[in-house]
Design a protein around this ligand. Structure first.
Ligand code: IMP
Ligand code: MG
Length: 196
């Protein structure tokens, strides 16, 4: 089939294609398998909604026993600038005390979201807390947050696909792509309930 080669008109270019993502996710899973071998009690906590595709692919490649859980956050953005305010709108169902917690996130931009999560989970007396992030935009970092496993570093552009959205669109594209500048309207990111 060649239809998947036709990009939606709002897409500027594909940054990471399916094969590239698949290869890296396999490598991350192998590293996590090695690091958590024999430890037990691993819980992967996916951050809704953006991490749902990454979490599904990563978890299916892991050999170490693990449980899956999710949290949902809302972050308040003004224009293209993150305000740094994060609010928990759905907590985990699993009690994290005494567990090895691996936070699975789609992307770290300013770092406020991941910083909030690592602090919040750290306060629940887990056996350990680490983070696994598909994409990192190091240029925009405001908080020096620890990322234990990172898929790819990317430049400061708004990306969509493989779970990531722009105003709830493009999440199910199989690749990670940059949006055209004229497809980005500042107003769309300023809604207070824009869910990560
Ligand atoms: P933070 O600035 O590191 O707190 O990132 C906040 C959230 O913004 C991330 O969890 C993503 O859900 C979202 N985000 C940041 N950059 C992008 C992007 O390029 N595309 C889609 N979502 C993004
Ligand atoms: Mg996110």
């Amino acid at each position: 089939m060649t239809a998947d080669k036709v990009l939606p008109p709002e897409i500027e270019k594909v940054l990471l294609d399916e094969k590239t993502i698949e290869g890296r996710v396999t490598e991350l899973a192998a590293q996590i398998d090695e690091d958590y071998a024999g430890l037990g009690s691993l819980v992967l906590v996916g951050v809704l909604k953006g991490a749902f595709v990454f979490l599904a692919d990563l978890a299916r490649r892991l050999r170490v026993p693990h449980q899956i859980d999710f949290i949902a956050l809302s972050s308040y953005n003004r224009g293209s600038i993150s305000s740094g305010e994060v609010r928990l709108i759905m907590d985990t169902r699993v009690n994290l005390t005494g567990r090895h917690v691996l936070v699975v996130e789609d992307i770290v931009d300013t770092g406020h979201t991941l910083d909030y999560l690592l602090r919040s989970f750290g306060a629940r007396l887990p056996a350990s807390v680490r983070s696994c992030v598909l994409l990192s935009k190091p240029d925009l970092r405001e908080v020096d947050v620890a990322i234990d496993y990172v898929g790819f570093e990317i430049p400061d552009v708004w990306v969509v696909g493989y779970g990531l959205d722009y105003a709830e669109r493009f999440r199910t594209l199989p690749y990670v792509a940059a949006l055209k500048r004229d497809a980005l309207e500042d107003g769309q990111r300023s809604e207070p309930d824009a869910c990560a």
